[in-house]
Design a protein around this ligand. Sequence first.
Ligand code: PLP
Length: 283
Amino acid sequence: AIAYVNGRYRPLREASVNVEDRGFQFGDGIYEVLYVHNHRLADAELHLARLTRSLGEIGLNLTLSPAALLVIIREVLRRNRVSTGLVYMQVTRGAARRDHPFPAVPVRPSLVITARTRPAPPTDIAAWAGSAITLPDERWARCDIKSTNLLPNVLARQKARLSGAYEAILHDSQGYVTEGAASNVWIVDAAGTLRTRPLGQEILPGCTRAAVLEILHGAGIAFAQTPFTLEALRGAREIFLTSATSFVKPITRLDGTSIGNGHPGPAATLLLERYLQHIGAAP
Ligand code: PLP
């Protein structure tokens, strides 16, 4: 495997960044994960626009344009012979003597891009369905920035794994669902309304979420972007997640209890199919 590191393509095993890299020492960086199907990147414009926005929010100035980044992404895919899989990209504020404020004399940001082959998206939605646990959201107040500071997310996902669950669905101190540890959360509530939390500083503006909203608009399917409680989540007819790596993923068990009739529902089924069509992964 080959990694792009600061202008060079290196064997992954030997690829490294400086021990004083601010990404390593402070988590002072931004990242993106993109799915590629059959050489076609899913929602690349959305991911690159979000990268630009996240970098801007933390005052990190990457001189490479989104178009230049796309060229590097394509080259990483080519060198790794990845046609279907995931691209990981990370930008940090670079290497400098350890000190919390930004380096007085700006240093070159570090850019790392890797790619891995992954299976084609699911065709059997019943087999694709998964389970989740609920946990308090212990993250910071700017979850709209896709920062590499992922310790709370890591701890939440580890708890999920130890419980045999796929995802941890997080809730704020008022009992409102924010999002998954690495996904956005949707429900069809007990009254039959399709809902997802509105954008704000509490959640990541998911690119898959945005693509699914577009699909809903295009299909004339009603939905509401309104916060919902843990209670509504537990009583939902359907729960599903969206993310670049999960696509649309039904959650049929929550904290060990079946959701709805325990099977993927019609909304998740339709949206998975439409989303896979959207990324060119279904006829
Ligand atoms: N929310 C969080 C916290 C995430 O980490 C992710 C993606 O990994 C998402 C939501 C979904 O975002 P996207 O659809 O852009 O992958």
